[in-house]
Design a binder for this molecule. Sequence first.
Ligand SMILES: Nc1nc2c(c(=O)[nH]1)N[C@H]1C(S)=C(S)[C@@H](COP(=O)(O)O)O[C@H]1N2
Ligand SMILES: [Mo]
Length: 262
Amino acid sequence: MSRLITRRNFLRSSAVAGSGLVLAGCDQFNFLGDKSNPVRHVMEQANVLTYRAQRALIGDQALAREYSASEIRQGMKPNGSVEPSTPEYMFLRMQNFEPYRLTVKGMVEREVSFSLAELRNMPSRSQITRHDCVEGWSCIAKWTGTPLGPILDMAGVKPQARFCVYHCYDNIQRTLTGDILYYESSDLVDAYHPQTILSYGLNDAVLPVSNGAPIRLRIERALGYKQPKYLHTIELVDDLSPFGQGKGGYWPDNGYDWYGGI
Ligand SMILES: Nc1nc2c(c(=O)[nH]1)N[C@H]1C(S)=C(S)[C@@H](COP(=O)(O)O)O[C@H]1N2
Ligand SMILES: [Mo]
């Protein structure tokens, strides 16, 4: 019980801290006050309703709701890192992301990597979806990109692989012992989900730096923090404990639910 209360207080205080930056368009979906909202419900139940139970309830291939273009009411509100300052990223940005490569490695038959041009030339998918941040705002936006499943198949995922770890360029936190880089992870069901795309386009324009250029992953049935921006490497693993604090992502390491499904 005390853990639930702590989580609720945490949600409330982080919503207050972030509220000064919330744009009117995204604010209209503010759901923290709405007790019946599924996002709030998931956050409150995260300690009770396990990942396995959610999988059983929702099913593996259920699609996130898609919206119509008229429902896009504003630009995508940037959140978290908005301008990475690591030397690797600043170099790429200066070169207009020309030398960028997305690498797939770890428990695969062959390590593969792709340039932006190669990714853009592959079959693409666009989807208009709602992004829900636990800070208490949502945005509807159109995302365009390359489905992740066929990319993983090109690398050949080994049978013992259970998760994808998504490594990002940005130093979300600076500490005395060095930078903490953003990372996330998902199971293979989410990685192969038909709406899971390596996104390079946002609202029919090139994905801006503030929203994760050159590539940011969309996992549409997951909360905002499960949508890694500035993605450079996907690592197939059977164990999440060696990464960060061992909880599978920067925010999970800081107390958020790993699955983060909605
Ligand atoms: N690399 C990276 N990815 C990230 C973050 C971040 O700080 N760094 N923030 C997360 C959070 S909490 C949210 S709500 C979304 C924000 O995405 P946006 O800036 O496109 O709105 O990105 C997620 N992915
Ligand atoms: Mo978020």
